[in-house]
Design a protein around this ligand. Structure first.
Ligand code: NAD
Length: 254
């Protein structure tokens, strides 16, 4: 049974075939969705365009979410493309020096950049997409456990994810009257381009694997399957939620 047949979605955040956004895109494509993609810059376009074309995408655009004029061009392109059923936000960035050592030492600029690109961008993207989204539509963001608990070296990104999760709730309240839903998936650690920027990321993978009830790490295809649920009518009564896809890691105490 295909859950996203006749549905069109925008995916923001594919960098390469290891991206969580690509795992989500593949699952959406398998469920019959038509997809539009954005890429950050020319060097990533070389990777994103062939991936997008492999799932027959007809709209592939540049978009740096920190640039208002890029979001405006995206809004115009989406208006021409036609009504949108879902939006996937898989974007995060912090300066490398802020993903190491003490959170206390985060610079004002490092804090601003991380919060702008990793949290405010969801608000800006939702606003750009709102005029073209159909009632029943769904917006999905990606978050991590470091929003709630201190995770060594995650630092300013944990604070940005806390802002992102709060933004999910506020956006859910604002967009609910239009029958638009906003949710997040809190994924366990997965080896991606961004993850490589976090110091000792392999230790995070090992720890999560040892502590999680399922005794393994999650992969992007599993995030993709849960994303299909949150993007489809199966979750029509769910909004403002953070849904864990982490092999149960979050529920374990000592
Ligand atoms: P990734 O590097 O594949 O994806 C991050 C994406 O953010 C890239 O496509 C990059 O181009 C994009 N990006 C960065 N700055 C941007 C900007 N200014 N404008 C537009 N795009 C920009 O890594 P990923 O791990 O797949 O990350 C996707 C999402 O999943 C992120 O929100 C990340 O925090 C979240 N997440 C990752 C993990 C993990 O362990 N990998 C776990 C939980 C949540």
């Amino acid at each position: 049974m295909k859950l996203l047949e006749q549905k069109r979605g925008l995916v923001v955040g594919v960098a390469n075939a290891h991206s969580i956004a690509w795992g989500i895109s593949q699952a959406c494509h398998q469920h019959g969705a038509e997809l539009a993609f954005t890429y950050l810059n020319e060097s990533l376009e070389k990777r994103v365009r062939p991936l997008a074309e492999s799932v027959n995408s007809t709209l592939i655009l540049p978009c740096d979410v920190s640039q208002d004029d890029h979001l405006e061009k995206l809004r115009e392109a989406l208006q021409k493309w036609g009504p949108l059923d879902f939006v996937v936000h898989c974007v995060a960035f912090a300066q490398r020096e802020d993903l190491d050592g003490r959170f206390l030492d985060t610079s004002r600029e490092g804090f601003r950049v991380a919060l702008d690109i990793s949290a405010y961008s969801l608000v800006a993207l939702a606003r750009a997409c709102e005029p073209v989204m159909k009632p029943g539509g769904s917006i999905l963001a990606l978050t991590y456990y470091g929003a709630e608990k201190v995770v060594r070296n995650y630092n300013v990104m944990g604070v940005a994810k806390a802002a992102l999760e709060a933004s999910v709730r506020y956006l859910a309240a604002d967009l609910g009257p239009q029958q638009l839903r906003v949710n997040a998936i809190s994924a366990g650690p997965i080896k991606t381009l961004s993850a490589k920027g976090i110091r000792d990321f392999n230790d995070m993978l090992k720890h999560a694997c040892e502590k999680a009830p399922l005794q393994r790490n999650v992969d992007a295809s599993e995030v993709g399957k849960s994303a299909v649920y949150l993007l489809s009518d199966l979750s029509s009564g769910v909004t403002g939620e953070v849904h864990y896809v982490d092999c149960g890691y979050n529920l374990m105490g000592m």
